[in-house]
Design a binder for this molecule. Sequence first.
Ligand code: FMN
Length: 240
Amino acid sequence: MKILAVNGSPRGEGSNTQIMLKSFLKGAASEGADTEIVLLSEKTIHPCKGCWACWVKTPGKCIQKDDMGEILEKLWASDLLLFASPLYVDCVSGLMKNFMDRMLPGVKPNFIEIDGVWRHPLRHGPNPKLGIISNCGFPQFEHFQVVHHLFERVSLNMHTKVVFEIFLAGGEVLRAKNILLKPLVLKYKKLLEKAGQEAVASGGISETLQKKLDRPIVAKDQYIKNANKYWDKQLAKLKK
Ligand SMILES: Cc1cc2nc3c(=O)[nH]c(=O)nc-3n(C[C@H](O)[C@H](O)[C@H](O)COP(=O)(O)O)c2cc1C
């Protein structure tokens, strides 16, 4: 199985998203998957111009010469595509949204109806299945409502389906230096590894594991207390 993971965090290699991806992909690789991460923060991907050239002038190709063409080739050749993004303003990051806009060469312009939904036909063979990975600053899972809905729609547009979602509320604990948090983070990373293994072995994540992944790493009240303490400390530095 070929897995292409697209990390939309501007923090790139140092992001919580990357920590999540690396653990997941470690598990996936242990089951024999061929894995690759694309850090959008290190790529040059210009915004879509909305010119329709990829539909009518150079079918299947964008006229902009940047890194997107190569990533699209990899995307079309993969079996599982991981959209991995931090939550920004209740949605995906700008880097990720920009990337998704530039996936337009993957479809042809005509309108077709499938199961009551109007879509564009795919230009290539079947698209990969989708896995969604996201983390956010607030410690409540409700904050992922828009991202969940977004990828439901995206999967229809891509004629594929979302086979799992991994959301981590209060994701900043992943990079926290507090020694007491280390064992909890390690336990969570092991769950991600298991998720990677299951995704390759069975094409999805079991209900038992999903339930464990849907729990916060740190209790909400504790997280909020520590977060406020952290921000107060940062601001106090300004006064010195
Ligand atoms: C511009 C911006 C917007 C954000 N918007 C939200 C938000 O709407 N809800 C939320 O819970 N966290 C929000 N966050 C916090 C990030 O989701 C959080 O810091 C996350 O852990 C970053 O993950 P990363 O290290 O993978 O980039 C925002 C952060 C930034 C910089």
